[in-house]
Design a protein around this ligand. Structure first.
Ligand SMILES: Nc1ncnc2c1ncn2[C@@H]1O[C@H](COP(=O)(O)OP(=O)(O)OP(=O)(O)O)[C@@H](O)[C@H]1O
Ligand SMILES: [Mg+2]
Length: 571
């Protein structure tokens, strides 16, 4: 059975791990580092940089460097690099692919399957974009697993004999999750999750940067403009300052030549004390209290029931965060040796579970929940007055997954022919104040008086946190449904039949190249090269069949041409 790589694709940093002899091993990148910056850039010569190389050029070439792409996952926003536009998933794919390659180097064999972690509070769209990114990186995503669940798994596997209630507080670079779990006789059961997928170290950095800029402008003139490079230097400096303040009491920021005034260079200089920094972020840290209370409430637990607080994610190193947890929960949080690595280790363990690589005594079972309430828009009548925009819950938040639930609804007018189904996520009784996930129409409802025809709506939320919705006319069985709208995204099960690749639209252009690749593959005898080439060919065909857009195909073509060129050169 081929290995499954565990990948923690993070806002600031990403990691990969493999299960070896029953234990997760975090994979080093080409620089021997276990933590890789989530950065992608274009070098001066136009070549693609990923990881540290991209991060290192950020100060010099900020406009050619992309950071924190995870924040855009699932949005329709595109980012540009050089003269090309990319979806966030395409950029994420470059980082994931880099980690895949590091892992293959470590293993000495090709890897084509992965478990990828996402914040528990990631939405359906964000999860789909993550699956898409894995696919574009040449990996079949076997499972999407929630980051705090993964962290708890890494802890739980070493403490199988204990029965405890655990709260995982995960504050990373860009997202915040809180998850309450119960561990009992080798079963790790997630009771509830909550969080904020737009809160993390990045916000703390921003607060400090804004503060310094305000002061700088107050002293030097309100209309002082800072260029992209100056802002990049400031961003880097505030992060260093923040990290230093986790152990030091004060930090001196000095940024010479950061701006110009009347032709003379200006320096930004400031002594930041821990107190100043703590004041700046206090309300953000405090804002994690609400999700904390919701998760505990939904889990039906009081603070005193918690046996262990597990603090993971780089931002939990901040003393104020530690104090907040102590004050809020009445006990000192436990921080793993490497709070940034707990998640990826859990992902590798999950990969091992799927592959049945764990020994019997480590046979752990996990269950997770859907952190959001999901439902549809309905209407009703108060006497004869129609009331619109009502929200009917189908799956209440923190239901254990996988789950499939059905509700029956009735037609609202005489001879109604079709029903529009609007799918929402959120807790507001007014449908429109929730998050619209998608819309579809079920037509072919037989003519009948109002309320006579019944419509069954079924929500299926799978183990990866992905939602399918179906609506059925009960009297006829006519059905319509959606896999929530996201362009270019495929469902996990959708492994296309690769033998038909040459029939795909646009495949013609690449036939010659793929034939050439297959010929080389046939005569190649280095197993590592074979696996790499084979996986590239497969990925190419898959993308042709999925009718990916031109840019992706061009990328794949470029890669293939490079590889063939190297191989032919060798002969
Ligand atoms: N000693 C420290 N003190 C304060 N903050 C720190 C420290 N070390 C790292 N950080 C911050 O932790 C964040 C990175 O943590 P981590 O690697 O867990 O996040 P991530 O996985 O990239 O993000 P996410 O999980 O939110 O997507 C960054 O914002 C970084 O500045
Ligand atoms: Mg993380």
């Amino acid at each position: 059975m081929s290995k499954i790589v565990g990948i923690d694709f993070g806002t600031s940093t990403s990691e990969a791990a493999l299960l070896e002899d029953g234990h997760p091993v975090v994979i080093s990148n080409q620089y021997g580092e276990k933590i890789t910056p989530s950065a992608v850039g274009l070098a001066e010569d136009g070549s693609l940089l990923v990881g540290r190389d991209a991060r290192d050029q950020f100060l010099l070439r900020p406009e050619e460097t992309l950071l924190e792409i995870k924040r855009l996952m699932g949005s329709a926003e595109k980012v540009s690099l050089g003269d090309q536009n990319y979806t966030p998933a395409e950029i994420a794919a470059k980082i994931i692919k880099y980690l895949k390659e590091c892992s293959e180097k470590h293993l000495g064999a090709a890897i084509d399957r992965a478990v990828i972690t996402v914040p528990a509070y990631f939405t359906d769209k964000q999860r789909r974009a993550t699956v898409e990114a894995g696919g574009l990186a040449g990996l079949k995503v076997e499972r999407i697993i929630n980051e705090p669940t993964a962290a708890a798994l890494a802890y739980g596997i070493e403490h199988m004999e204990e029965n405890q209630h655990i709260l995982v507080y995960d504050l990373g670079g860009g997202t915040f999750d809180v998850t309450v779990l119960e561990m009992f006789q080798g079963v790790l059961e997630v009771k509830a999750s909550s969080g904020n997928n737009q809160l993390g170290g990045k916000e703390f950095d921003q607060r400090l940067a804004d503060y310094l800029l305000d002061n700088f402008r107050k002293a030097q003139g309100k209309d002082l403009v800072l260029g992209q490079r100056a802002l990049a230097r400031l961003k880097e400096a505030v992060e260093l300052c923040k990290i230093a303040l986790s152990s030091a009491k004060e930090y001196h920021i000095v940024l010479p030549f950061i701006a110009e005034k009347d032709g003379a260079p200006l320096a930004l200089e400031y002594l930041v004390t821990r107190e100043i920094f703590e004041d700046l972020i206090a309300d953000l840290v405090e804002s994690t209290k609400k999700p904390l209370d919701i998760a505990l409430g939904d889990a039906g637990l009081a603070k005193k029931d918690l046996d262990l607080i597990l603090a993971v994610g780089g931002s939990t190193r901040i003393p104020l965060v530690q104090r907040f947890l102590q004050k809020e929960l009445g006990q000192k949080p436990q921080t793993p040796v490497d709070p940034e690595l707990a998640v990826v280790m859990g992902a590798a363990i999950q990969g091992g579970i799927i592959n049945q690589e764990l020994s019997e005594e480590k046979d752990i079972l996990i269950t997770d929940v859907c952190p959001y309430t999901l439902g549809i828009e309905t209407m009703s009548f108060l006497y004869d007055t129609p009331i619109f925009d009502l929200y009917s819950t189908i799956i209440p938040r923190n239901t254990t997954i996988p789950v499939s639930k059905e509700e029956i609804y009735y037609t609202s007018t005489d001879n109604q022919e079709k029903v529009e189904i609007n799918v929402f996520q959120g807790d507001n009784p007014k449908a429109s104040l929730n998050n619209l996930l998608g819309t579809f129409i079920l037509d072919g409802v037989p003519p009948a008086p109002v309320s006579e025809e019944r419509i069954k709506v079924r929500f299926t939320y799978d183990i990866n946190g992905i939602l399918q919705v179906a609506a059925i006319v009960v009297s006829t069985g006519k059905q319509a449904g959606i896999t929530i709208e996201t362009t270019g995204v495929r469902k996990m099960e959708d492994e296309p039949d690769l033998t038909n690749w040459h029939k795909a639209p646009g495949a013609r252009k690449y036939r010659g190249l793929l034939r050439r690749a297959e010929k080389i593959l046939a005569r190649e005898d280095d197993p590592f090269v074979c696996q790499e080439l084979e996986s590239q060919i497969k990925n190419f065909k898959k993308n042709l069949l999925l009718q990916q857009d031109k840019e992706i195909l061009q990328d794949l073509e470029g890669e293939m041409v490079d590889l063939l060129y190297d191989l032919e050169d060798e002969k």
